[in-house]
Design a protein around this ligand. Structure first.
Ligand SMILES: [Zn+2]
Length: 347
């Protein structure tokens, strides 16, 4: 496995140092599977850190304002949210613990559902417990199993979690989405194609090779538990505190047992505790899957989580032109340093 990087430098006369000549370092890293570039820029996390914390007063006022007509709060969830058609699910909604699974009013795919995760309208990141995630995952996977009984052709599911408006969520109340289509999302298609080629060329799975290589190298590896390995990617997709998890040997979401769902739930709750300590409050998660119709030896279900900017009057966003339109990656912290910070914080 090749972790390829090239270091380039730019020169400026720096006004902060009396116009002395200064060099800025750019590290171009190639993703070992996709070949996509991510530029690591040392010092950038510090430079943008003022945009990553939140204005507490503004946050609190938004929590109260959005609570008044929230469709997901316990008093409204049964009267203001859609139900599944009776022939799909007689009870109309799936309930697991505090999680409530409902169809999306508008949605993003032909099968688009929401998992309301909590009775609380707002949660700090430290309060996303493993039980909360686990119940949500069980609810989402119960929907997938029912969907497979009814529509055997539908193949590609993803779990998506956008928490708070900086992460693109229009509703404050904690909720996940499950989207299922007849065709994969672009990233899933790319990962499947590249994993297949890797398998043909090397006679082994990229994902198990990645885990064993990263475990040996230690610098980016975080921890494992219940069949799930956690690490900081060498060339992050988005690069704001990005962590990746891999579910060993399971190529689609229907193959996951309770043990592995728990592994994902536990790991997420740990990473969010780390984010909380850094004073972040917004994040995105994706869990990507191979087709539900077959097992693939060359692909493992995997997850990415990133933090997002804080809630502030300025509405700074890290979804700017370079990642959003040019499709390149930029890491604002050296991945190995991020891994070290997370490991220390979990001790
Ligand atoms: Zn609510």
């Amino acid at each position: 496995m090749n972790f390829e990087k090239t270091v380039k430098q730019g020169r400026i006369l720096n006004p902060l140092k009396g116009f002395e000549e200064d060099t800025i370092t750019f590290e171009y890293r190639t993703d070992p599977l996709t070949g996509r570039n991510t530029t690591v820029i040392k010092g950038m996390l510090n430079y943008i850190s003022k945009f990553l914390v939140s204005d507490e007063d503004l946050l609190n006022s938004l929590v109260e304002k959005t609570r008044t007509d929230c469709p997901f709060c316990p008093e409204s969830v049964k009267t203001k949210t859609p139900m599944f058609p009776r022939d799909f699910l007689r009870e109309g909604r799936i309930l697991v613990g505090d999680a409530v699974v409902i169809p999306n009013l508008l949605g993003h795919a032909e099968q688009s559902i929401l998992v309301v995760l909590s009775k609380e309208h707002h949660l700090k990141l430290k309060d996303f417990t493993r039980k909360l995630f686990f119940d949500g995952f069980k609810g989402g996977s119960a929907f997938l199993r029912r969907l497979r009984e009814v529509e055997s052709e539908i193949r590609f599911p993803v779990f998506v979690f956008n928490y708070l408006s900086p992460a693109g969520s229009s509703i404050f109340h904690p909720h996940m989405q499950v989207l299922v289509r007849d065709r994969p999302f672009y990233l899933v298609k790319l990962l499947l194609e590249k994993s297949k080629i890797y398998h043909e060329n090397n006679g082994s799975s990229y994902w198990s090779d990645l885990i064993s290589t990263e475990k040996k190298r230690e610098e980016r590896y975080l921890f494992e538990g219940n069949g799930v390995d956690w690490l900081v990617p060498f060339a992050p997709l988005r690069g704001l505190n990005e962590v990746q998890a891999i579910v060993k040997g399971k190529s689609n979401l229907l193959e996951l047992s309770d043990k592995e769902w728990l592994g994902l739930a536990e790991g997420l709750s740990k990473i969010l505790k780390f984010y909380h300590k850094q004073e972040y409050l917004s994040f995105n998660i994706i869990i990507v899957s191979g087709p539900m119709t077959e097992h693939l030896d060359y692909f493992d279900v995997n997850l990415r989580i990133i933090s997002r900017p804080g809630i502030q009057a300025l509405s700074f966003t890290d979804a700017w032109a370079l990642p959003y339109l040019l499709w390149d990656g930029e890491a604002v912290e050296v991945p190995e340093l991020l891994a070290e910070k997370i490991r220390k914080s979990l001790k």
